[in-house]
Design a protein. Structure first.
Length: 266
């Protein structure tokens, strides 16, 4: 009986010893694993910070380089040659304007005045068509990129005086007021009320030539016109894709809309 008790005591001692060893080993493993996890997270954080810093520096470099390139192009554009012929200078300025418009198409810079000023200088019909094609190319690229996310990029819309055009999935319409060879006057119609009149030319760019309606912006581009009938393209896109600008008409319209909503809720 005494021998049996000794055996059980030995087993109990061994069990406690093994249990203590297992617990100690488990604690050591957990501590080691936790330390490795912390080191791994610290390394990931370090790598992420390095990547953010690299990206930030790269973005600063791109911005500074872009500003320098834009300044060089602008200086070249406005530089007046003494011996160049008028046609050669116009062609050179078209190339420079195209470079600026294409390379900075995602930057909200309004180049319309440069297009219009050069258009006024051009006498040759083919050169004028070429200048319009440059502007339409840039406008088309902008419209495509801006409308990728829940936007509307319409097919060419035929427009004549007095005609109204619906906008897919939107509560407003576009009414054509006047069709000219180089421009079209339009306004938006919402609930039978005339709002936001504006002029559309060949040199309108969706990124800067747009009107904010609620959480969206609408831009209309003139594709062609013979003075009687015009072709328009309508782009509707989220308002956060273009920068806000100070526009007294938009502020007045927003204030009036808020008052209208308040009076309806009473």
């Amino acid at each position: 009986m005494a021998q049996s008790d000794n055996v059980w005591k030995a087993i109990d001692a061994i069990s406690k010893l093994l249990g203590a060893g297992i617990i100690t080993a488990a604690i050591s493993w957990y501590a080691s694993s936790a330390e490795q996890h912390r080191e791994s997270r610290a390394e990931d954080t370090k790598n992420m910070q390095a990547m953010i810093e690299f990206t930030s520096r790269q973005k600063d470099l791109d911005t500074n380089m872009g500003m320098q390139i834009f300044q060089i192009l602008m200086n070249s554009y406005f530089q007046r040659g003494l011996t160049d012929t008028a046609d050669a200078r116009i062609h050179e300025r078209m190339v420079l304007l195209r470079l600026m418009a294409l390379n900075f198409q995602d930057v909200p810079i309004n180049l319309k005045p440069l297009f219009e000023e050069l258009n006024d200088q051009i006498i040759n019909k083919e050169d004028r068509i070429r200048l319009r094609e440059i502007a339409l190319d840039v406008a088309g690229r902008q419209a495509f990129r801006l409308t990728l996310r829940n936007g509307v990029n319409s097919w060419p819309i035929k427009a004549t005086n007095g005609q109204e055009q619906s906008v897919i999935g939107r509560p407003y319409k576009i009414k054509i007021d006047d069709v000219q060879n180089d421009s079209v006057n339009v306004h938006l119609v919402l609930d039978s009320q005339k709002i936001v009149p504006f002029e559309v030319t060949y040199f309108a760019m969706p990124l800067v030539d747009n009107t904010k309606i609620g959480e969206e912006r609408i831009s209309v581009t003139l594709l062609s016109s013979n003075g009687q009938e015009a072709e328009l393209r309508v782009a509707v896109f989220p308002s956060d894709l273009a920068a806000d600008r100070f526009d007294i008409k938009e502020i007045s319209r927003s204030y009036s809309q808020k008052n209208y909503d308040t009076s309806d809720s009473k």
